[in-house]
Design a protein around this ligand. Structure first.
Ligand code: UDP
Length: 317
């Protein structure tokens, strides 16, 4: 298939583009490089450096079999301080993209959604039927796009899938995480091992969990990329499928730090810090629906593999 990948110079977008190319698809990446990196775009992909909202209509006029939409603003804290950036960057841009797809009859869409649409869960593992009550603007904008896609699929026959990621981690070969502003646990811990930070702060050790630290569902980016491949290849016209993507197992902040100590051989000093606003104690996905309907099975579920792959990537840079 000829596929348009928005945000294909970012962490998840580049890993997924690489996976699509490996599977034999033709990939055109559109990315404004505001947070992505041109050298992260896989060999064999054409890169169009532009804002998706500006070029979607012209590009889709070339004729594409599908779009994988990763381009987004994704910093939770920033989304609370500068909501307009998120409503424009995530919602308005996605609407332009959907309109362009409709105009040119682009049949398939896979959208990068997020576990942040659920907010504080009533039950864990979290199923797709859980109430959606985002606690931040980032999650609210992603949920708004999910709603747009549902209505466009029903009215215009689009074959659409939203994939709601939990904590994406690890690296797919040379495609890994390198954000200018790093807020995620694993890259922060690895920055201690490379000497870029002195220590890691643990945001609260008095949570109602086994070791007192927060538990998250870390999903390997290669497993995530496999789910995108299945989603774009198996979408049904007129339907909007929604799948949670997680590993099904939670790991605590302490377990992650310990896995990083083992992978790096560095002692990685850690210090207790106050809880971070908006953090729930436990977030773990139920990915049963993705397993049964998409036939997806995550293969890299242990925290040691996830951290080792992230470390190989970090060391290679
Ligand atoms: N965390 C931490 N110290 C850090 C960064 C994160 O203790 O320097 C914790 C955070 O409170 C959460 C978990 O690690 O419980 C994962 O955080 P991350 O920001 O990676 O992902 P989130 O779950 O917020 O999407």
């Amino acid at each position: 298939m000829k596929l348009l990948v928005t945000g294909g110079a970012g962490y998840v977008g580049s890993a997924c583009s690489a996976r699509l190319v490996e599977a034999g698809h033709e990939v055109v990446v559109v990315d404004d490089l505001s947070t992505g990196h041109a050298d992260a775009v896989p060999e064999g992909c054409r890169l169009v450096q532009a804002d998706v909202a500006d070029v979607a209509n012209t590009l889709l006029g070339e004729g594409f079999d599908g779009v994988l939409h990763y381009a987004a603003k994704s910093l939770v804290g920033e989304s609370m301080q500068d909501p307009a950036k998120y409503w424009h960057g995530n919602v308005v841009t996605s609407l332009r993209l959907l309109d362009a797809m409709r105009e040119h009859g682009t049949p398939r869409l896979v959208f990068s959604s997020t576990a942040a649409v659920y907010g504080e869960p009533d039950e864990v593992p979290i199923p797709e039927t859980a109430p959606t009550r985002p606690t931040n603007t980032y999650g609210a904008t992603k949920l708004a796009v999910d709603h747009m896609i549902t209505s466009y699929a029903a009215a215009h026959g689009l074959a659409a899938t939203s994939l709601r990621y939990f904590n994406v981690a690890g690296a797919h070969g040379r495609y890994g995480e390198r954000h200018a502003i790093e807020t995620h646990l694993i890259p922060i811990v690895l920055q201690v091992a490379t000497g870029q930070r002195d220590q890691v702060q643990i945001y609260g050790e008095d949570w109602d969990t086994e070791d007192g630290t927060c538990v998250r569902d870390y999903i390997h980016v290669t497993d995530l990329a496999d789910a995108h491949l299945l989603a774009i290849e198996n979408a049904t016209p007129g339907q909007h499928a929604i799948y949670n993507l997680g590993n099904g197992t939670g790991f605590s902040v302490r377990q992650v730090i310990e896995a990083c100590r083992t992978a790096t051989g560095h002692k990685i000093p850690a210090q207790t810090a106050p809880r971070r606003a908006g953090d729930p104690a436990v977030l773990v996905a139920s990915s049963d629906r993705a397993r049964t309907e998409l036939g997806w099975k995550p293969e890299r579920t242990d925290i040691a593999t996830i951290v080792e792959d992230a470390w190989d990537f970090t060391r290679s840079r």
